[in-house]
Design a protein around this ligand. Sequence first.
Ligand SMILES: Cc1ncc(COP(=O)(O)O)c(C=O)c1O
Length: 1005
Amino acid sequence: MSSNISSEKASEIAKDLFGIAAKVIRLPGDVDENFRLEASNGTCYILKISQPEQELTFLDFQNEILKHFEEKEIDLQLPQVVPGKNGLLKSELEIQGALRWVRVLTWVDGRLWARVNPKTSELRCSLGSQSGKLTNALLDFSHPTAERNFDWNLANSAWTFNYLERFEGEEKKIVQHFHELFKEIQEDYVLLPKSTVHNDVNDYNILVSQNLKSPEVSGIIDFGDAVFTQTINDLAIVIAYAIMDVPNPLQAATDVIKGYNNHYVFSEQELSCLYSLVSMRLVTTVTKSSMRKAEDPTNEYHVISEKPAWELLKKWFAIHPNFALYSFRNACGFPAHPKSKVFEIWAGNNKTKLNTVFPTLAIKNVTTLDMTVGSTLLGNIAEYNDIDITAFRLEQIQKEHPDTILANGYLETRPFYTTNAFKGEGNNGPEFRTVHLGTDFWVPAQTPVHAPFDGKVVIVHHNDYLKDYGPTIVLEHAFDGAVFYTLYGHLTLSSLSINKIGATVKQGDLIAYIGEAHENGQWVPHLHLQIVLDLLSNTENFHGVAYPSEKQLWQSLCPSPDLIFSEALDRSVEDISEENMISFRKEHLGKGLSLSYSQPLHIVRGEGSFLIDTEGKKYLDTANNVNHVGHQHPKVVRAGQEQMSVLNTNTRYLHKNIVEYAEKLLKKLPEELSVLHFVNSGSEANELAIRMARTISGQEDMLAIEVGYHGNTSAAMKVSSYKFDGKGGAGKPETTHILPLPDPFRGKHRGADCGQAYAEYAKKIIQHQEVIDEGIAGFIGESMVSCGGQIVPPANYFKQVYKYVREAGGICIADEVQTGFGRMGKTFWAFELYDVVPDIVTMGKPAGNGHPLAVVACTRKVADAFSTGMEFFNTFGGNPVSCAIGKAVLDVIEEEKLQENALKVGGFLKNELQKLQLEFPIIGDVRGEGLFLGFELNDSEKIPLADHASYLADRMKDLGVLMSTDGPDYNVLKIKPPMVFSVENAKELIFRLKTVFAEDFMVNF
Ligand SMILES: Cc1ncc(COP(=O)(O)O)c(C=O)c1O
């Protein structure tokens, strides 16, 4: 292509022919020479100058299409043709003796799809929807030029067959495979409906709105490739570009299809060609690239531009065409498998009895079990992984229900499958195949299994029993002119020799025995029975579990075994829906309760550093410091369960647990803090501590830190500036005196040496109290201010504040509810980092790992002074169950060296966050100690960016990481995970943070 028109010349042309005086910028163009015109009134246009000798009819064709859209008034920005001064849609111009055509189109505003990050499912759906509108609007358009013949018309793509020899090895195999497939679809394909289509909705022709938080496709440009062809080709092309560079292209394709289908409804015949058509667009791309490479071997651009197409072709090749088709059908509202409805009817008319399969068992009934993610039958991970415990529990149920068979599992979302063996990277972070596709029958090992119907043996194989069903048999059965399969997993190894591939079996024939635990990955003996309508060319194994996002599709492909038995197998217990839970909460629970995230999470299980929702989505938890030694730590759980089953009463009786726990806890405290009081919450602990300070000092007034939070009881609220200065708060009570937040990064005084400056405020308040003849009861403060935004007060601050308070006769209270129990890494308590010993220390959250247990520790002097003769009684405080749990928490911290872990992992994480800070300047400060870290988001003037913090937390949730935001300006991300947080967890956190920090909203601040 020759490009010989300067910007100056273009500017002249725009003025002379169109009367547009504008600033001109040259743009890239494949055929036309293109210039962006920015008129002085802000309106923008595109000036297009054709190549010499350009056929006029082709330009007319494009203009006609654009005019056609103007009449349709579709809700999508498209270029409009701007008439020249002569009133015509195109003008003739002679440049250097050659005739050129000049057109001006309106500028379509937006961001190029290619540059948008992230491309979410919603955005792909919006792309589908807008493309569907375009397809629909062109259905009644016709123009003779549309029927032209050219290489990018997918219907003509057989031309690529002649270039197969350009490829080698795996690439050649893939291209050849897709050529063959394209030949196979021809018979149906040539009959599909045709219309004029855009034919090139690629990532440089799609425009996305400027809304960086929830973008939508706002415009489509460049009708230069429009052609009259099979309508479905247009969708295939949109898909081919929209699903590049994603981990799961098929899922991404279904996003596009769902949107498209809202405006153009595809037939089953059209969908059956789609997989091949997507591949042929990619084959055309790589074939064209190889041709360009041959013409110009030194130009690396050809290699770079074809790379994503090759990557996608390889991934597309790995997808079974039928599976792709079922996904497309499902996205368009058809039953995923075309025969699933027919099978249901056949099965309804041909039901068999469970005794056909298990003739040796006395089965009068079915007892269904709950093994969903939140199942209490399974218990925690240590319990369900212990075959003896699970087997015992099932035996107990069997004893309670004699003559019944224990069964469950069809479409059940289960916790066992949240391990790495079932993990995949989805387009929205990690996903787990948690949905079980068969029914499990919990029957004794060696139980004989018989065929439910006549059939033929098609698979006999010993699979990996750690992630599959060990010894497995599959039978094929005929129904209504088609076939279905029954799969039997977890058999004895000997069962494999009973069956020969190809052998026929009759209904009721013996086919297998239930495997022993050692043949089943040490799991409780059971039969996995699954119905499959299409084995997808598998000859050894078949998926027994699926991703929750694909549940509907698999439900059609693997119908319920319930359909073939006369006894009902499916679990009928209906859980309360999430909508109902939300409306109940609104109606009947306190109005002030809040739910995190706009789509609240429904968490039903905790395991170590993870929380798991009902779908088995596993969230890495960086926010819950309450579950200190890990969610549902087996040792802590057991300690509570065991003591609860024997006794729970109060401290008015002797019990060793309170003494043993107190002894252990005291060892963790400085010698001076030698007396403990047990309560049930951090609030109660602070309430008691404040009461002690007031009783001892005879004063009311307390000093507290700005944005501090100390609990929800009356006295605790009165020292919580976070609450009374926050939303709905009534301001500071008279008896509370607030010290400014000692924030060395963005506070009143900055830098490492500002401790004294901040402590001076305490001194001034105390002096003022003296002037008005008042005193102070004490000071309460966290040694690292959590709600204040993980603030690390400067050195010397507490030393000085404590000094002034004590000189005035006040009591110093350290609130360690968030920070205690080894979290700091270097020290067990945060106050120790400042080399002070408080008079009172309050503890809560982590003490009971989620069980309500809190403690007030104080000096002997304080305890004695507080003892006025009045009994201190707390109904639940110090009960044997709480103390058993508290002791187990301390044991685990020691046994698993969790303080050392906080030091090691916290140090690693802080360092990685500091590296991120260099890469992403939006991170203003990284701070904290051990596993109590935080970073804040600011612009270059240190202005806090709360919106960005909340976007980050939301996106991280989408990607499977829970983070919390806080601080007076809500721009701080707090990191205070369970102390079992590992280096691997830290790496995952950093990896996901990097992803989100690179997104458009985060880089625009
Ligand atoms: C520092 C601090 N103190 C006290 C409390 C109150 O504890 P609880 O909610 O157990 O009453 C909290 C709770 O968030 C806290 O963060």
